[in-house]
Design a protein around this ligand. Structure first.
Ligand SMILES: [Zn+2]
Length: 147
């Protein structure tokens, strides 16, 4: 390995580097596919407009425009912001066959995707709050409740 790149791609960060970058709880969820308890996450009931970014690398993942209240206790979205922003994998852990969602940029675990979401996609991206960082639309601190 040569050291020609100033900044390593996030995908190749070492375990120790991830530990430094994340809180203990984020590290557990994002890097070891943990799941936070339902209804405790900061983003569950958030109605603010903005972009939800990956807590691991800061890349945009979901828009508040595609967030909906699924009643699951985790932030839920029906579509990621871009086709490459979220990558899906088959997850056979816990004796179930589920679709895991991970960040397309850094590979951090985000949550799972279920086929019972609302139109138009019919998909439900069930994401751990701790995997997300909301980047609000306007920095004025106002409530974005203009419906
Ligand atoms: Zn990421």
């Amino acid at each position: 390995m040569t050291d020609t790149h100033k900044k390593k791609p996030d995908r190749s960060l070492s375990d120790a580097e991830w530990r430094q970058r994340l809180t203990d709880e984020q590290y557990r969820v994002l890097r070891h596919k943990g799941t936070e308890r339902s209804f405790v996450g900061e983003c569950v009931d958030t109605k603010s407009g903005g972009i939800y970014r990956c807590a691991g690398c800061g890349e945009p993942l979901f828009s508040s425009a595609t967030k909906f209240d699924s009643g699951s206790g985790w932030p839920s979205f029906w579509e990621p912001v871009g086709t490459d922003s979220v990558v899906m994998r088959v997850d056979l852990s816990h004796g179930m066959r589920r679709t895991e969602a991970e960040c397309g940029h850094c590979g951090s675990h985000l949550g799972h995707v279920f086929p019972d979401g609302p139109k138009p996609t019919g998909e439900r991206y069930c994401v751990n709050s701790i995997s997300l960082a909301l980047d609000p639309d306007d920095a004025g601190g106002r409530d974005a409740d203009g419906e």
